[in-house]
Design a protein around this ligand. Structure first.
Ligand code: 1GP
Length: 238
C-alpha cells in the first residue's frame, strides 16, 4: 500500500500538482455540508484538510464521518492542537511551528499527541510549518503567540525550511495564515522549492484560480484553499 506521503512525493516527482480544500470544523454548518462535499467532489481538489487554529465545537467527528461517507478523497487532519485528532481521518500533518520560538508548538503538543496517535491508525506525516508575515495578524500567529517570519528575509525562510528537512520533516508548509491579506511571495516559493527535496505546501490568502496557478508555477506542490471556498462554494466552478 502506498501512503499519502508517498503519493504526494510521487506527484511532485511527476510534476503533477495537488490541491487541498481546508474545512474548518468551527466554520462548517453541518446542514450545508452535503452541498459543500458535492462541490468538492466536482472540483480539482485531491485532498481534504480538516482543522483550524481553535476548534471549539464538537463537530469534528461528525464532520469526518460525513466526509467518509460522501467522498473518496483522502482526509488529512491539520490540527491547531492535540484536541483535534480523530481516528476516522486517513492521516495527520504532524506539525512543528518552525518559524516560531514557542516550545509548546515545537515539541510540547507533539509529546501530548504521540500517545493518542499511537492508539489510532492515522498516517503521521512530519511537517515543518513556517508562518510568513502576511500584512495582517492571522489566527495562527495570535493563537500560537509567535511572530511570523518576514516576507523579505528569504535567507531566513530558506534556512528554516532546510533545517526542517534536516530534522526529518517530510513536508514543508509555507503558511501566510488563513485569510491572509497577502499570500506567500512567489519568489519565496521558488527559492524554497528549488533548494529542498521534500514537497512544498503553500496556503493562506490565495483567493482566485490564478493565485493557485501562480503558486504552482513558482514551485508549490500542493496548494491549500480555505477561506475562498468557505466564502463561495462555487469557487472552483468553471
Ligand atoms: C490556512 O493555508 C490555509 O491554514 C488556507 O488559508 O483560508 O486563506 O485559504 P486561507
Amino acid at each position: 500500500i502506498t501512503t499519502i506521503r508517498q503519493q504526494i512525493l510521487e506527484a511532485k516527482n511527476n510534476g503533477q500538482k495537488l490541491l487541498a480544500v481546508l474545512l474548518d470544523p468551527d466554520k462548517i454548518v453541518l446542514e450545508s455540508l452535503e452541498h459543500l462535499i458535492e462541490k468538492i467532489n466536482q472540483s480539482p481538489a485531491t485532498h481534504i484538510f480538516v482543522g483550524g487554529s481553535i476548534v471549539q465545537t464538537n463537530i469534528l467527528e461528525e464532520l469526518i464521518s460525513v466526509l467518509r461517507q460522501k467522498t473518496n478523497l483522502p482526509v488529512i487532519l491539520f490540527p491547531g492542537d492535540p484536541s483535534q485528532i480523530s481516528p476516522q481521518a486517513d492521516a495527520i500533518l504532524f506539525l512543528s511551528l518552525l518559524s516560531g520560538r514557542n516550545p509548546d508548538y515545537l515539541i510540547e503538543y507533539q509529546v501530548q499527541a504521540a500517545p493518542i496517535l499511537k492508539k489510532t491508525n492515522l498516517e503521521v506525516i512530519s511537517t515543518g510549518y513556517i508562518l510568513i508575515e502576511s500584512g495582517n495578524e492571522t489566527a495562527v500567529a495570535r493563537v500560537s503567540k509567535t511572530k511570523p517570519l518576514s516576507r523579505d528575509n528569504l535567507d531566513l525562510v530558506l534556512a528554516t525550511a532546510q533545517a526542517g528537512e534536516m530534522l526529518g520533516n517530510q513536508l514543508i508548509y509555507l503558511e501566510a495564515g488563513s485569510g491572509a491579506k497577502q499570500p506567500v511571495p512567489l519568489e519565496m516559493i521558488e527559492l524554497i522549492s528549488q533548494n529542498i527535496a521534500i514537497p512544498v505546501i503553500v496556503g493562506g490568502g490565495i483567493i482566485d484560480l490564478q493565485g493557485i496557478q501562480k503558486a504552482y508555477n513558482a514551485g508549490a506542490d500542493l496548494v491549500v484553499i480555505g477561506t475562498a471556498f468557505e466564502n463561495n462554494s462555487h469557487f472552483f466552478d468553471l
